[in-house]
Write a protein of this length. Structure first.
Length: 367
């Protein structure tokens, strides 16, 4: 059956690529909320297009009040459902593009467009992966859902709303990170420091930020552990106020907590106000659990490459959605593509992703 599924994905690949090119032409940067579009009109247009496509493919579709939507195959029973969850919203385009950012430009077997990697290409690969299973008439023990998120880039409000209306999956993955399968994600904290005076702000910048390493050592928060590696401080932002404030993100290993980090900063800077604005704790699965082991197998089966599970510094839907792990779409060596001008994805990689995802959904839902 596995070989039949892989062959079916190959048969559907031309249609899949054409569909993805049309989907990335939709400008789905988050915008001002409207009564029927909580994340803006462009994101709503993308969600409507995704659900219309899934409906035409013969899937059951559900629009969760325009916060998220999903396509499902099979009946939901007592065994729960399997899911792949990605997102349709994209980051702003910025400057420096060689071609219009929503053109779906194709050159030398590569598609260039905002959202092609992050995350429309991968989530529609998942939809076509499930379509291959459906077209083969394969009966599954568990229902499978392809979830289309709408607010991954700016706050996960879409997923929070979904979980207030629907049960979480029993297993699943988000195609919004890297390969091989990621069994653990670092925690991510957002810190804000407010000096009492302009001179204190200058001292903060000069002594703790400018020319500093990104390991947080000047704040004495340079925690590390063997499994996750070194804590990283990133995404510094100056808040324009009467007395400027500083905001930054901390990607931290499981060996420490957000509370330890903020308390250490407070001790280091007793004359400034340090606040933990938000936090998502680390997520970790056992490397030999069924979910991780299955995804390791499918990656190795399709690519022939080593699928030893890895950790990540990123922050994906796996931080909030129970029972899922990050899985793809970027292959080893592919870094710094999403959120950049000329965001790209190779057509062959899209097809390979669809094959990996098809086998993964099949094996997770089969028994």
């Amino acid at each position: 059956m596995e070989e039949r599924i892989l062959e079916k994905v190959e048969e559907l690949s031309d249609e899949m690529i054409k569909t993805i090119i049309e989907m990335v032409k939709i400008d789905s940067v988050e915008a001002e909320a409207e009564p029927d579009a909580p994340f803006g009109r462009g994101v709503k247009t993308a969600l409507d297009a995704a659900l219309l496509l899934a409906d035409r493919m013969g899937f059951q579709t559900v629009n969760v009040d325009n916060y998220m939507g999903y396509a499902s195959y099979g009946e939901e029973g007592g065994d729960g459902y399997i899911c792949a969850v990605g997102h349709l919203d994209v980051v702003p385009t910025g400057t420096g593009w060689k071609q219009p950012p929503f053109s779906g430009y194709v050159k030398d077997g590569t598609i260039y467009s905002r959202g092609i990697l992050d995350n429309k290409g991968p989530i529609f690969s998942c939809l076509y992966a499930l379509y291959a299973i459906k077209e083969l008439g394969i009966s599954l023990k568990r229902q499978v859902r392809i979830l289309f998120g709408c607010d991954e880039e700016t706050g996960f409000e879409d997923l929070k709303y979904y979980l207030s209306k629907e049960k979480p999956p029993v297993m699943g993955f988000t195609p919004d990170c890297k390969y091989p399968v990621v069994y653990a994600e670092r925690g991510r904290a957002l810190i804000e420091i407010r000096p009492e005076s302009l001179s204190d702000f200058c001292r903060l910048m000069n002594d703790y930020v400018l020319n500093a390493k990104n390991n947080g050592e000047r704040f004495h928060i340079d925690f590390r552990d063997e499994e996750f590696g070194q804590l990283e401080v990133r995404n510094f932002k100056i808040l324009q106020e009467e007395i400027p404030a500083l905001q930054f993100a901390v990607s931290y290993p499981a060996g420490c907590t957000a509370e330890q980090i903020i308390e250490t900063i407070k001790r280091e800077l007793p004359d400034m106000r340090a606040e933990l604005v938000s936090n998502m704790n680390p997520v970790r699965f056992e490397k030999d659990c069924r979910l991780v082991d299955t995804l390791k197998y499918t990656y190795e089966k399709v690519t022939g490459m080593d699928g030893t599970p890895v950790t990540t510094t990123g922050g994906t839907y796996a931080k909030l959605m129970p029972n899922i792990v990050p899985f793809g779409p970027s292959f080893p060596g592919q870094k710094g593509i999403g959120h950049q001008p000329d965001e790209w994805m190779k057509i062959d990689d899209i097809i390979t992703n669809a094959k990996i995802y098809a086998l993964s959904l099949y094996l997770l839902a089969r028994d």
